[in-house]
Design a protein around this ligand. Structure first.
Ligand code: 5GP
Length: 243
């Protein structure tokens, strides 16, 4: 068994810090007690936010591993920290929508939570400077961000992730409205799921009460965020047999 040691800071994002370890292809991820919205313009410190998201994302990635989705998760170390495989992040946000909300609803002036017969698949270019603009296949290829084969692979994986997440959340009496995932290239050049899956990156609605159970609570100032995330964690622990 390797004893992993945290080394130098590699990168500080809006909700996580990544550190090198004593093993070259393993990265130490620290989930911060911080929440941001509007591309970082709205930022607040919140006790227990990091540990809650770390636990949620660790449980979801473990479930996805068990269901054949290749990903970077190695293990949760403690409340705020986990180990992941080093990847080269592809600078795209892959969004899957099961119901209309937010940017889709505004763009096409459709009813809130209009149900789609087939999931909608969208790519956004990861750039804070440009506010993560929408990007299509031909623009992605023109900018050499990914090949057509890689795009097809990411779409295919994102749809499989959607199927599994919808099943997990349905067992928690939660509807998965939409979500964002990121992919990276592992040491062998294979595309694998990376980053996190949590209420920061998913839009979740309670099936009974129709209340938001995700970052919209913070974005729209609907109430306290951490108790909502803890509710999601408790339900997830129950369906994943961790209670
Ligand atoms: P929308 O495009 O409707 O604003 O977002 C679609 C979905 O992707 C939502 O579940 C939202 O939380 C997620 N999403 C979009 N952009 C980002 C981002 O920059 N960071 C995170 N964490 N999630 C995002």
């Amino acid at each position: 068994m390797v004893d992993y040691e945290k080394k130098e800071l590699l990168y500080r994002g809006k909700a996580k810090e990544m550190f090198a370890t004593n093993v070259s292809d393993v990265v130490w991820v620290h989930y911060m007690d911080q929440v941001t919205a509007l591309n970082g313009k709205k930022k607040v410190q919140m006790t227990d936010k990091g540990t809650t998201n770390n636990q949620i994302s660790s449980l979801i990635f473990s479930d996805l591993t068990a269901n054949g989705i290749p990903n970077d998760f190695i293990k949760q170390i403690d409340a705020n920290n986990q180990l992941v495989k080093k990847v080269q992040i592809i600078p795209l946000e892959v969004v899957i929508r099961n119901f209309a909300s937010s940017s889709f609803e505004r763009k096409f002036a459709v009813d809130h939570l209009l149900k789609f017969e087939q999931p909608v698949k969208e790519f956004f270019y990861k750039s804070d400077k440009l506010d993560d603009p929408f990007i299509n296949d031909s623009q992605i290829k023109a900018l050499n961000i990914a090949t057509q084969q890689q795009l097809d692979q990411m779409r295919d994986l994102a749809l499989k992730i959607n199927q599994r997440l919808r099943t997990i959340f349905a067992a928690m009496q939660i509807e998965l409205i939409d979500f964002k995932v990121e992919f990276g290239l592992d040491q062998t050049g294979e595309i694998i799921l990376a980053d996190e899956i949590s209420p920061d990156s998913c839009r979740l609605v309670d099936q009974k009460t129709k209340e938001s159970l995700d970052k919209d609570v913070f974005r729209k100032g609907l109430g306290e965020l951490v108790p909502v995330y803890k509710t999601v964690l408790q339900r997830l622990q129950k369906v994943e047999g961790h209670n």
